[in-house]
Design a protein around this ligand. Structure first.
Ligand code: URA
Length: 188
C-alpha cells in the first residue's frame, strides 16, 4: 500500500490502460482524506477531464444538490470514480480499464477508511458491491463488505436523463442520511 503522496504521484503518470492516450488530466478524486463517506462514480466526463476534478459538470452540480439535501458538504466527504481517466465519448469504462484502475481506488479506500461507500450508478455498484447488481431493483439498499456499509444510488446523469427517477432517489438519500446519523462520528 502506498501513502497518499506516493499514490497521487503514481496516478498522475499512470499508463496502465489505453485511456492514458486520450486523457487531458487524471482525475484522482477530491475531498477529505479522513472522510467517513466516499462517493464513487463511473469515470470522468469532459469537464472533469479538462479540470482534473471529479463531478464538476452538470452531473456534478446535481450531486452537490443531492448532498445539500442531506446536509453534506463536498469538503467533508470524498468524491472519486471507478476509472481516473475519461473514456472517449463518455462510453462505459471497459472491464480491462476498470481492472487496471481499481488498485488505486482500493488504496484510497485503505487510506481513508470510510464507514460508508456510496456507489453512484450501476458501474460502480457492479464492481464494488456485486457483479450482477441490478440498480433498478437494488438502489437504496444496504450491503456490508469488510465492515464498510455500501449503498448504490442512481447516477446523477441518470437523474438528468430521466427525472421520473428523482422521487425514488430522494428516498434513497433519506436512507443514506439515517445511516450517517446512526454510524458517523462527525456531525454534518
Ligand atoms: N460522471 C461520473 O461518473 N463521474 C464524474 O466525475 C463526472 C460524471
Amino acid at each position: 500500500m502506498k501513502n497518499w503522496d506516493e499514490l497521487y504521484a503514481e496516478c498522475m503518470s499512470c499508463r496502465k490502460c489505453d485511456l492514458a492516450e486520450t486523457r487531458t488530466n487524471v482525475v484522482f478524486g477530491d475531498g477529505a482524506r479522513n472522510a467517513e463517506i466516499m462517493f464513487i462514480g463511473e469515470g470522468p466526463g469532459e469537464q472533469e477531464d479538462l479540470t482534473g476534478l471529479p463531478f464538476v459538470g452538470r452531473a456534478g452540480k446535481l450531486l452537490d444538490d443531492m448532498l445539500a439535501m442531506i446536509d453534506l458538504d463536498r469538503s467533508r466527504v470524498f468524491v472519486g470514480n471507478m476509472v481516473k481517466c475519461r473514456p472517449p465519448q463518455n462510453r462505459d469504462p471497459l472491464n480491462v480499464e476498470q481492472e487496471a484502475c481499481i488498485g488505486y481506488l482500493r488504496n484510497q479506500v485503505a487510506l481513508i477508511k470510510p464507514k460508508i461507500i456510496v456507489c453512484l450508478g450501476r458501474i460502480a455498484a457492479m464492481k464494488l458491491i456485486r457483479e450482477d447488481f441490478k440498480i433498478t431493483r437494488e438502489h437504496g439498499k444496504w450491503f456490508e463488505k469488510a465492515g464498510v456499509q455500501m449503498i448504490a444510488l442512481y447516477h446523477p446523469s441518470a437523474l438528468l436523463r430521466d427525472p421520473r427517477k428523482r422521487p425514488e432517489s430522494f428516498e434513497d438519500l433519506k436512507i443514506l442520511q439515517a445511516k450517517i446519523r446512526e454510524i458517523c462520528d462527525h456531525t454534518y
